[in-house]
Ligand binder design. Sequence first.
Ligand SMILES: Cc1cc2nc3c(=O)[nH]c(=O)nc-3n(C[C@H](O)[C@H](O)[C@H](O)COP(=O)(O)O)c2cc1C
Length: 328
Amino acid sequence: MSRPHPMMFERALASAVRAPSPHNTQPWRFVLDGETLEVWLDRARVLGVADPLAREARLSGGAAAFNAVVSLGAEGMATVVRTVPDPREPDLLAVIRLDGNRKITQAGRDLAEAVFRRHTNRRPFLDRLVPPVVRVALESAALEEGGQVEYLDASGRFSTVTTLVRRAEALQENDLAFRAEAASWMRHEPEALDGVPTVATGPPPYGARAVSLRASHANPELPPREFEQDPLLAAVLTRDRGPHAEVRAGMAMQHVLLTATAAGLATSFLSQPFETPQTRDALDRIFDGCGQAHTLLRIGYGQPTATTARRPVADVLTRRVSPDVPAR
Ligand SMILES: Cc1cc2nc3c(=O)[nH]c(=O)nc-3n(C[C@H](O)[C@H](O)[C@H](O)COP(=O)(O)O)c2cc1C
């Protein structure tokens, strides 16, 4: 095996922190131990109201792990990712270990490059259908990580799920604690390194709309716009449940998002029904028999919008110095 260059881990970490996270909380920290990279949950950055069980934070950690794997893969490094939970260390989400060399492919390079272009797009998408070949590519992306994509238009669940999204959005809009938490992560100062900046918000919807995006991410200063009437909505599922499945689902979600980005698609999230207990149970019943739904993605064609800031890698990285391995 050719030796990994130390800069490969720097680049893998720069990719990892580009992962999405709810309200751009970035609830992760990393430990580099020789040639092993650990992804940890940062409890201090878990949303207490919207995500008390740290489910969305674990999805984010899985996405960060996947970005690191993609970056190392594009440099010819094969990796093994261990996500089996360690009961003594419940906040250790994933351990990425190098596993020899792998062939560098154009597809791998495209994904690695998509890490830095992917962003959440809260603006209207075009009413243009996503071609079947791309739909299949997104399904394969989830499968490769042990997840599954289910398109709501194909499964007949579109209207039941979009009704739940609207219901959850209304519940959250009437919940002071929820609104206060969402507001506390909005950022108006350009130098902010976390949170959702004003440039990443979307316009208020004009007229009837098929899906309700988060009201807190609609910018009242923008003129209202009509949203697409027929968005492609995809649920990311796993067969099993629990913290381990959530990290794996995060990897599957990120593989889907990067594949979509590489195919020229825009994406955003509809997480409201996962975050209110009343709608979460209903959502579980809707997908009963298919597995555990972890996230709901809106996928389509749209004008690229702004990417958001991240805290520097140095703020989230610890280098573990083993007695027999000199620190680099
Ligand atoms: C698990 C999860 C849930 C999310 N839920 C929503 C959501 O409901 N609405 C939304 O607009 N963005 C949602 N996001 C997107 C984040 O707000 C976004 O990733 C973050 O602000 C960073 O911006 P970026 O994705 O453009 O890099 C979610 C992200 C994750 C990982």
